[in-house]
Design a protein around this ligand. Sequence first.
Ligand SMILES: O=P(O)(O)OC[C@H]1O[C@](O)(COP(=O)(O)O)[C@@H](O)[C@@H]1O
Ligand SMILES: [Mg+2]
Ligand SMILES: [Mg+2]
Length: 339
Amino acid sequence: MPATSLSEYLIEKQKKLAHLNDGLVSVLVDLAEACKKTAHAVNQGALTHSLESLDSINVQGEKQQALDVISNDIFLAFADQNKHVAGLVSEELPDVYFPHHLQSDADQFPAQRYLLAFDPLDGSSNVSLNISVGSIFSVLPCPDAVQQPQAQAFLQAGKHQVCAGYAMYGFSTMLVITLGDGVDCFTLDETTDEFVLTSPEMKIPQDANEFAINMSHQRFWEPAMQRYVGECLQGVEGVRKKDFNMRWVASMVAEVHRILVRGGVFMYPTDSKIKKQGGKLRLLYEANPMSFIVEQAGGASSTAYERILDIIPDHIHQRVGVVLGAKHEVELVNAYHNR
Ligand SMILES: O=P(O)(O)OC[C@H]1O[C@](O)(COP(=O)(O)O)[C@@H](O)[C@@H]1O
Ligand SMILES: [Mg+2]
Ligand SMILES: [Mg+2]
């Protein structure tokens, strides 16, 4: 069976999906190119002194890594020349970014326009350790006839995403996307510089025996989370009557990818330490795109209290608690929290 390239895949999907118009195809093709370029920058790593931390602090109050800025610039450069991108929100920028093409042809914008929210480099704390990192993106429809979409335009519930995806920069570069018609995974063929479909229709088993959470925060968790993890740790001797394994990579892309490949549940709950800021992970460019992918693969995603894709954001850098993966595990976590 000859390998299917990303462009061949998109042509086939266009026959099936009415919303996959030429504008959205061009946005997705540019995002894939931005991921290829970022993969190259990550792979060059120490050779280009890009594994270092910078003195600059981003809008999250976090020290930026050189690769946070390099990858951010790569994504902006692609958007600057794509007329179908009306505005961007990035983890690394305080406000909405307007692509340069808007300056040149202010009143000639195409009908098919989209808003991009993205995390240019996810898992930044792993950059200098050569542990897998990635990029995460979310594509929303742009409200009609708005020349320069303000922050308000981005405050749409995640269920309105038309496309979402992530790239993972591991020993091979992978691109996982959903267009609302299942989840497909591509691998970058270094010999042809093409993304090739390698895992079509990824599915998450409804049950799991592997969980991921940063255990060092245990003393700050709510009682319901203490109970859920406690029961997993009791294993076959406890009420769950089965043993659980544990993983924590500290790169959300790697955690979600593991869950798409072999199942499990990933949790970064809102606890007493981070309650004031609402959580750790960001709704628009981490929780929403990953929740769309996970749900499209048959899993579930919540804050432990409500479905993430139903949340109407308050602001562009809003943080939320995240519990995602195997449906039955997420439902159990929700049940313990909502009881
Ligand atoms: O350092 P911690 O608390 O384990 O948090 C790890 C989490 O933080 C993140 O690194 C946050 O993302 P960024 O690296 O994009 O800021 C997630 O990828 C990961 O799941
Ligand atoms: Mg991130
Ligand atoms: Mg990041």
